[in-house]
Design a protein around this ligand. Structure first.
Ligand SMILES: Cc1ncc(COP(=O)(O)O)c(C=O)c1O
Length: 478
């Protein structure tokens, strides 16, 4: 972008930002059912934003220079520990998000083991952050199929997959894609018997499940659980950029601490991946959690849970659509029968002002629609049900999504390992996704693109979507 010759006024800058933001899905209002979490509490949002601004320039790099941040971090860790039955002597760190918490849990397990060829045993339903950890940290991910009916991790199959190289086993509470809580007691016992760590990924459920009855045990109350991740920027309804990683003991945490005195500047001392750490998200999380309070969270958790059950009930009454598996928390996956295409349903929902997230088929699980229910969605569930019914009818009327056989042949012949920029440009043109300047032009209705991607094996889908990301992430042309 060419720098402007005169600087814009503050009002102009803000007007431009508003214009840019109008391109986005709404983060508030309860109609965006993935990526964002809305408590519907204007007061809590306001105090969070004020705290975010107050501490945006403070730096958690040096806790002695910014002791307020250290205090807020320790407060958040204590609050989380209280919720997750942490035993005496536990320790924890605040990170930038679920992925960072998971990377650090894997890193600590790798360091702690001293293994030369470390691996981790994860259910196939575990979050993709574990695959990222595998790739970034050189810890092989051994994937174990989940139970085909319950979609929960299968402890017997996981036990069989553990070997001398295993440094970590993983369970989700709940899994993102299917919304079910794994049998943590059995999985943690397997780990404990073998002296291996067990991480519970409660990034999305950790702030909700403690308030609900009837969930199978998954916290530190379960013997053998060594670490748990919980994101505050999800169901603690705080601004983005905050997760908490707890360890049963400080010794288990040490592997993700880092120090370097081996350069001429300050001794770098970090508890997480980041070095400079904005105080903004941390202070915002501190403020929002104080303002909402444990009772407030209990109420919000019940509202979100009731909204989830009400959606599941409504779906039961919609011909052509069903709940994939009963939800254990506040996430639900919907599957369509042969009479309608889920990707078209997603497009139709968007036309009606609702974002639901398409999930591709995986193993024997067909493509689904993912819905993360926030407390703010609760009052609008009846409207959501009407939109779903109308969308299914419209999708049925539209018929199956046709994949151009020529294009499918072209895509099928691609070797993901060798797909280069030129090959990708040709593919975009053939798919009608190239604008006049050759740049990527995504259509409003994504069903044909999603159907094509769904037909691709995962490695090819990754290569194609990395190509898309690369095309999207280019300097702005003026
Ligand atoms: C279960 C689970 N783990 C990990 C993550 C990753 O969190 P983040 O997107 O904050 O990195 C998510 C995100 O939805 C999640 O649901």
């Amino acid at each position: 972008m060419t720098p402007p010759t005169t600087t814009p006024t503050t009002d102009d800058v803000l007007a431009t930002l508003r214009m840019l933001q109008a391109m986005d899905l709404p983060a508030h209002g309860g109609r965006t059912l993935a990526y964002v979490y809305d408590s519907g509490l204007a007061d809590a949002d306001a105090v969070g934003l004020e705290a975010l601004a107050m501490f945006a320039s403070s730096n958690g790099l040096d806790p002695t220079a910014f002791p307020s941040l250290l205090r807020m971090e320790n407060d958040l860790v204590a609050l989380t520990g209280g919720l997750l039955d942490a035993p005496d002597g536990y320790a924890g760190s605040v990170t930038s998000g679920g992925t960072e918490s998971i990377l650090l849990a894997v890193l600590a397990a790798r360091h702690g083991s001293g293994a030369t060829d470390p691996s981790m045993v994860i259910p196939a339903s575990a979050h993709a952050a574990f695959h990222k950890a595998a790739e970034f940290l050189g810890v092989r991910a051994v994937l174990v199929d989940v139970d085909p009916v319950t979609l929960r991790a299968d402890p017997t199959a996981m036990a069989a997959a553990i070997d001398d190289t295993t440094v970590l086993v993983v369970a989700s509470a709940p899994s993102y894609a299917h919304g079910v809580v794994d049998p943590v007691t059995e999985i943690a016992a397997l780990a404990a018997e073998r002296g291996i760590r067990c991480h519970v990924d409660a990034c999305i459920g950790g702030w909700v499940l403690p308030h609900l009855d009837g969930t199978a045990p998954w916290t530190f109350a379960v013997d053998g659980v060594t670490s748990i991740s919980v994101d505050l920027h999800k169901y603690a309804y705080t601004p983005k950029g905050v997760s908490v990683l707890l360890h049963r003991t400080p010794a288990l945490r040490r592997g993700h601490f880092f120090a370097s005195a081996n350069w001429p500047g300050y001794t770098m001392l970090n508890s997480t991946m980041q070095s400079t750490r904005s105080g903004g998200p941390l202070a915002a999380a501190w403020a929002v959690t104080q303002r909402i309070g444990v009772e407030g969270y209990a109420r919000l958790a019940h509202e979100a849970r009731e909204a989830t059950l009400a959606v599941a009930d409504a779906v039961d009454g919609i011909d052509g659509l069903r709940v994939l598996t009963p939800p254990d928390s506040t996430l639900v996956a919907l599957v369509a029968d042969d009479s309608c295409d889920v990707f078209t349903v997603a497009d139709e929902m968007l036309e009606r002002g609702w974002f639901v997230q398409p999930q591709m088929s995986f193993g024997d699980v067909p493509p689904t629609l993912h819905l993360t229910l926030s407390a703010a969605t609760a009052p609008s569930v009846p409207e959501l049900a009407v939109a779903l019914r109308e969308s299914v009818d419209a999708a049925r009327g539209a018929g199956p999504v046709a994949i151009d056989p020529g294009l499918a042949g072209l895509v099928g012949a691609i070797d993901p390992a060798t797909l280069d920029d030129q090959g990708f440009a040709g593919l975009l043109a053939a798919a009608g996704l190239a604008g006049s300047d050759g740049a990527l032009a995504l259509p409003r209705r994504m069903a044909p693109v999603n159907a094509l991607l769904d037909a691709c094996p995962p490695a090819l889908r990754e290569a194609l979507l990395l190509g898309v990301l690369d095309r999207l992430s280019r300097p702005t042309q003026t």
